[in-house]
Design a protein around this ligand. Structure first.
Ligand SMILES: [Zn+2]
Length: 377
């Protein structure tokens, strides 16, 4: 297998080792010094002399996404549930980590006595900023229940309450309302879903029950993804689009492309009917104080512009991830708002994972895996 083949098919990328997330900053593209360049897309254009066509001849697509990991910061119910969960899963991480989380939860409960408004309850602000640039994003929600638990699991339930546009509603009502307004709801499946069809199906059904319709998009929590297994699990559960393959601690083109490409069954050498919309830039990688790039707003906007330039050159998809609860981080929130205004100057097509995936499958029809295979024959 050649180098490009390995990159696009996910061969020789790290898989989970000893239940731990491997170095997610690793990429074959990185080894060639091209992490911030969509090399494979450039090669496509060199060979075929055509870029993907987007609606209204827009120059490229911007796909905004949100992983809903947490609903409330200060809810007593949710913090007690979190402590209970951490206690149950206490053997999975160090005692010190467990204690930190327990104290954090107690502190949150104490703080709730002094403020009536939960700082995380600002979903409407995301909608407003997106609407201003004509965007409707994808919100990936976690399941309420899992078959096998892990300490990283989210702890909210669908009947938990939050404040939305001045009213108290449940998480289930929020999901339905977002869906009704044309935002997309996808699944953010738990750690142990990466290799279990039962787990993945069970979690997908929970969202579908709330919405009373099928969902098609998925992003693994913590980007916990095994190239050899997870694509098969997602396919078996009936997903059409995944947007996991990016980085937790870096930004860039993990598989050398900004285009949608089919996931691949490495064991059987088969293309799967699941399209990957690669994750290119996430808030956590840029703004976490303890790891990753640790950028300020000015530097982050420079990076976003640089990456957007590259995506624009090849007419690809710029997939962004901002976690809704991190709206409390001013730098991150301001970068999101200014970043969208900056991108708007290019007049790209802002759309959800499903909209872009459907468009790609129906109108663009570029399949980079077959392209690379034929190139190397
Ligand atoms: Zn997550």
């Amino acid at each position: 297998m050649s180098r490009l083949d390995k990159i696009i098919k996910g061969e020789s990328f790290p898989r989970p080792i000893n239940k731990k997330i491997p170095d997610f900053a690793f990429s074959q593209a990185n080894m060639t010094g091209n992490l911030y360049t969509p090399t494979i897309d450039q090669m496509w254009i060199d060979q075929k002399c055509e870029k993907p066509k987007w609606p209204d001849n827009k120059p490229y697509a911007v796909c905004i996404t949100h992983d809903v990991d947490v609903i409330s910061l200060q809810s007593k119910k949710e913090n007690f549930r979190r402590m209970k969960h951490i206690f149950k899963a206490r053997s999975q991480q160090k005692t010190k980590q467990n204690l930190i989380i327990a104290f954090e939860s107690l502190e949150n409960i104490a703080n709730s006595m002094f403020s009536s408004e939960d700082p995380y309850h600002r979903i409407e602000d995301w909608l407003k900023v997106e609407q201003e640039v004509g965007a409707r994003s994808t919100f990936f929600f976690a399941p309420e229940h899992v078959l096998k638990s892990h300490f990283t699991d989210c702890w909210y339930k669908y009947d938990d309450k939050l404040r939305f546009e001045g009213e108290k509603i449940t998480v289930a009502e929020l999901m339905r309302e977002l869906n009704r307004r044309g935002w997309e709801i996808g699944l953010h499946p738990s750690w142990h879903s990466y290799n279990s069809v039962d787990e993945m199906k069970y979690q997908k059904e929970q969202i579908e029950k709330v919405l009373d319709c099928e969902i098609v998009s998925v992003r693994q929590h913590y980007l916990h993804f095994d190239n050899r297994i997870t694509p098969l699990i997602q396919e078996a559960a009936g997903f059409k689009y995944d947007s996991t393959l990016g980085f937790n601690d870096n930004i860039g083109f993990r598989r050398g492309t900004s285009y949608a490409y089919p996931l691949y069954n490495i064991e059987d050498n088969k293309i799967l009917p699941v399209w990957e919309l690669p994750l290119i830039i996430q808030d956590g990688a840029m703004f976490n104080h303890r790891k990753g790039m640790r950028l300020d707003k000015v530097k982050a906007l420079e990076y976003i512009q640089m990456i957007a330039e590259k995506v624009k050159e090849v007419g690809g998809i710029l997939t962004l991830l901002w976690h809704p609860h991190l709206i409390v981080d001013e730098i991150s929130w301001n970068t999101f708002q200014e970043g969208l205004k900056m991108l708007q100057k290019d007049d790209p097509w802002f759309a959800s994972v499903r909209e872009i995936g459907d468009w790609w499958g129906n109108n663009v029809k570029i399949d980079l895996v077959s392209f690379i295979e034929n190139l190397e024959k």
